[in-house]
Design a protein around this ligand. Structure first.
Ligand code: AMP
Ligand code: MN
Ligand code: MN
Ligand code: MN
Length: 280
């Protein structure tokens, strides 16, 4: 049987729009055979996803997408095949969730000063799990007529220099990798082309990442262009990083990122899944 890997996705446990069982059903219908659920800073979606995957014969990789502050910017590190019961990983994520809660209140206060009242209450109505994030504010701001669409909300309200932006400290790169490895997982740099780093800065990130035990990089991502894929494939070969592929699916309403609709990995790369699918 042929396999189709999609190793980056979100559910209502963080800022995805589908509940874990509905996400799994959509992935299976799209022909995905191996799906990683990688919610932001939480493992809460995994029990429901695991049960649904077992029912549908889909292989579920327990994952997480950890928010990291590195060299003054936010970087996302995926943990693939983590043990969801690992105490230190769970403890680390509790700390990030506490920062998210404080940040959500601060976003609410800043938006109020900019003339948008009760944004936190609005955002909370869109958050269906423990995690609250900018996507929930964005959905509320669109629904309440402050912006026409998600892309515009982020640009106008929620990114650096805009009224609802709150700078802050997420996990360190060292912490994120230690939590992932301690939980038996493989650390993967998510959507590297999104960070708009110079090649020198990306090299510095990768060198530190590898020195700390990080092993993989997302070459194929729903947020990468064809050119990004070619360029990051070159980076992965040069640094001998395991190559990952994931849609970063959040929401069926977003027509340009669908589960499993991914170009194949370029030649000459070792797929991250070779780690758990050794031949023989
Ligand atoms: P947070 O981790 O709460 O700061 O939110 C980050 C999330 O916001 C990302 O994972 C995306 O889901 C979403 N996001 C960030 N930038 C944009 C954008 N320009 N358009 C739509 N969604 C975005
Ligand atoms: Mn997200
Ligand atoms: Mn991300
Ligand atoms: Mn993601």
């Amino acid at each position: 049987m042929s396999t189709l890997h999609d190793l980056h996705s979100h559910s209502t446990a963080s800022d995805g729009a589908l509940r874990p069982p509905d996400l799994i059903a959509r992935a299976a219908a799209a022909g995905v055979t191996v799906l990683a659920l990688t919610d932001h800073d939480t493992l809460d979606g995994l029990p429901g996803a695991t049960a649904a995957a077992a029912d549908l014969g889909l292989s579920l990789i327990p994952g997480v997408e950890i928010s990291v502050t590195w060299s003054g910017q936010t970087v996302h590190i995926l943990g693939l095949r983590v043990n969801p019961d690992d105490a230190a990983l769970n403890q680390g994520l509790v700390g990030l969730q506490a920062f998210r809660d404080w940040r959500a209140e601060e976003i609410g206060r800043r938006l109020a000063r900019a003339g948008v009242s009760a944004a936190l209450d609005g955002a909370r109505r869109f958050a269906q799990g423990r995690i609250i994030g900018r996507t929930h504010f964005a959905r509320h701001l669109v629904a309440s007529g402050h912006s026409p669409d998600l892309r515009t909300v982020f640009k106008r309200w929620l990114t650096q220099g805009k009224p609802g932006h709150v700078p802050g400290e997420w996990a360190s790169l060292e912490q994120a990798i230690a939590w992932i490895r301690g939980a038996g997982g493989i650390a993967v740099i998510a959507h590297p082309a999104r960070y708009r780093m110079t090649s020198a800065k990306l090299r510095r990130l990768i060198e530190q990442f590898q020195a700390l035990g990080g092993e993989g990089i997302e070459v194929v991502s729903g947020s990468h262009s064809r050119d990004d894929i070619v360029s990051i494939a070159g980076v992965a070969r040069r640094h001998r990083l395991l190559a990952s592929a994931g849609s970063d699916f959040h929401d069926p309403e977003n027509p340009w990122v669908e589960l499993g609709q991914l170009p194949t990995l370029p030649e000459g790369l070792e797929p991250v899944w070779s780690r758990w699918e050794q031949a023989g």
